[in-house]
Design a protein around this ligand. Structure first.
Ligand code: GDP
Length: 603
């Protein structure tokens, strides 16, 4: 309980200044972050608490732990359903109509991956013809054709990346629809899985037969009310416990957008999974339970509503749709809706969300009310004239895609598929990648070739910033790649280090932070044990002026410069160069204790 009190009772006004906006540069970070001005005397090297030897990355929980999923999935337990990836599990791609089979048996999806990965053994080596797929301008096409005609899978052509006008191609792609990554957050049992499962059903992403099967199975298991949640909660254990543990990914479309949906676990034990999901999201749906006492439980007493809200904001999400769910439980009362939205509104504003970027939608995930179509319920429409949840999602502003920056992809999953090479999944944070490209993995600082790219289960020739992709790579040993590795352009590599300086905001912690304090660094998909190696200075919250050098400890609410030492190398960017890759969270004993930005990479 207490670990969540830490974040809940934190003064969010102060948090807001620490929060990065993907749309606009916030004023606090508009200030120079560098510390050149702060003279720092090199002290005796302090022995890090954790050994810096290269160990295989094992699963880490908040207690000191790891980055592996908390649950091992039994594939025979998996029911075929919508195309789905797990952030920390094996990629699973399943058809709608195929009766219960294991992933491997599902020919369609395996073929889709094979084709995309250039692994179809019967096929002749694939010639990458960017021009046919991407309608390059004539001049660019002629330059592109020659080297590509001789290209074989797995071999880099050394072609110039200028051949694609990625911005223009992105606009044409998906029938002109924008791709957007959405994470669903909220307290356990708020109805996240039911809401999104029902939304997927109503948008035609789960066919009637499959839905009927879930209904039958959930009834048999005595959990009929969970039928829609089963669309998303796929493992046997998740179903048994009735909670989402992993971050599932699914795709659905609105009028103007293609949405990659991430359903994050609400249970506090799974917040590390939620962080890695949210780190990849552009926008969020926050689900709260409108039932009497339930909203309060999620918001106040040990709930995750506040912590999730603060986390996603700190991780760069600026736009939010709040589904005030289970409104059927409170007879669709306007007063209850108002009470909840007023309380939440104050908090979200303090957490750094602009009022105009937050929408509140009364919903019933179970009844399917106000999900894709505006409700016709008289008791609701007498006072609510706003959009349905899907309409609100459709109105999100598209995120910026830094395609002009060097290529960066954070690995969220690694697995071996059929054929040569192996697959990595992750979100492209910047730049773009084409089949045949040589890319560099950091760590281990080794290059490999991109043999195939799969985006939303379709093989593609290129993918760009903002896309969640699966890459098939060759020329590297799979054991060298872990979740959290960064793939980058070898000409403009990212640095990997075990020591870096950062400006941090300390949340409401019970224990003062002293030199050598052990933490878990959450950075993109990385969750890495680290220590606070040095306390460099305490800064003025708004001016950034140094108030005290080499403090003995840091306490709640302070803004400080610290030096962090990670157990193993982590690929990082400076916040000033690369906002998306320069932010992190620190957790300790199950609580988020700090948000920070990287200011200097040491070694
Ligand atoms: P999650 O933990 O947030 O993913 O919550 P679930 O989707 O698993 O739902 C938890 C419970 O709340 C299940 O029994 C659902 O049937 C129920 N539930 C979800 N949405 C609604 C709703 O809109 N109305 C009512 N009455 N129950 C709901």
């Amino acid at each position: 309980m207490s670990r969540h009190r830490n974040v809940r009772s934190y003064n969010y006004d102060e948090a807001a200044q620490f929060i990065y906006s993907r749309q606009a540069r916030p004023s606090a970070f508009g200030e120079p972050l560098e510390e050149e001005d702060y003279e720092y005397e090199e002290e005796e090297e302090q022995q890090p608490v954790v050994p810096s030897t290269q160990k295989p990355r094992v699963g880490a929980d908040d207690q000191g732990g790891a980055r592996d999923p908390p649950v091992k999935k039994t594939e025979s337990e998996i029911v075929p359903k919508v195309a789905r990836m797990t952030v920390s599990g094996k990629k699973q791609t399943m058809g709608f109509d195929i009766p219960s089979t294991t992933v491997e048996e599902n020919g369609d999806s395996v073929n889709a991956i094979k084709k995309g990965a250039g692994l179809d053994e019967t096929a002749t080596p694939r010639t990458v013809d960017v021009s046919s797929k991407t309608s390059l301008p004539a001049a660019a096409t002629s330059v592109a054709e020659e080297p590509m005609a001789t290209q074989t899978p797995g071999r880099s052509t050394g072609k110039s990346k200028q051949q694609i006008d990625v911005k223009a191609e992105l606009e044409k792609r998906q029938g002109g629809k924008q791709l957007i990554n959405l994470v669903v957050i909220g307290h356990v049992d708020a109805g996240k899985s039911t809401l999104m499962g029902h939304l997927l059903y109503l948008t035609g992403n789960v066919n009637k037969r499959t839905m009927h099967k879930y209904e039958q199975e959930s009834k048999k298991a005595g959990k009929a009310s969970f039928a829609y949640a089963w669309v998303l909660d796929e493992t046997g254990e998740e179903r048994e416990r009735g909670v989402t543990m992993d971050v599932g990914m699914t795709k659905f479309e609105t009028k103007t957008k293609v949405i990659t949906l991430m359903d994050a676990p609400g249970h506090r034990d799974f917040i590390p999974n939620m962080i890695s999901g949210a780190a990849q999201a552009d926008v969020a749906v926050l689900v709260v339970d409108a039932s009497r006492g339930e909203f309060e439980a999620g918001f106040e007493a040990g709930g995750q509503t506040r912590e999730h809200g603060l986390l996603v904001r700190s991780l760069g999400v600026t736009q939010l749709a709040v589904a005030v769910n289970k409104m059927d439980q409170v007879s669709w009362q306007q007063e209850r809706f108002k009470e909840i939205t007023t309380k939440l509104g104050q908090f979200l504003k303090q957490a750094g969300f602009k009022e105009s970027d937050v929408g509140y939608i009364p919903t019933s995930g179970l009844a399917g009310e106000n999900l894709i179509n505006r409700s016709t319920l008289p008791e609701l429409i007498s006072w609510y004239k706003g959009p349905s949840l899907l309409e609100h999602i459709d109105s999100f502003k598209p995120p910026q895609r830094p395609v002009e920056k060097p290529f960066r992809l954070c690995v969220s999953d690694v697995f071996k598929d059929q054929g040569s090479g192996f697959c990595v999944t992750g979100k492209i944070e910047a730049g773009y990648v084409q089949t045949g490209d040589k890319i560099l993995a950091m760590p281990p600082n080794e290059t490999c070739s991109v043999k195939g790219i799969v985006l939303h289960d379709e093989p593609v020739d290129w993918a760009a910033a903002g896309d969640h992709v699966s890459l098939t790579v060759t020329g590297m040993d799979i054991i060298k790649i872990n979740v959290g590795c960064l793939f980058c352009d070898p000409k403009e590599p990212i640095k990997a280090c075990t020591r870096f300086r950062a400006r941090v905001l300390i949340f409401n912690i019970d224990l003062p932070i002293t030199q050598g304090f052990p933490v878990l660094l959450h950075y993109q998909t990385v969750s890495e044990p680290a220590t606070i190696r040095r306390l460099v200075s305490i800064l003025h919250k708004s001016t950034g002026e140094v108030l005290k050098r080499r403090p003995k400890c840091l306490t709640k609410g302070q803004n400080a410069v610290v030096e962090l030492q990670t157990q193993r190398p982590v690929a990082l960017e400076l916040y000033k160069d690369f906002k998306e890759l320069g932010r992190f969270m620190l957790r300790y004993a199950g609580s988020t204790i700090s948000a920070g930005v990287v200011t200097e990479i040491k070694e």
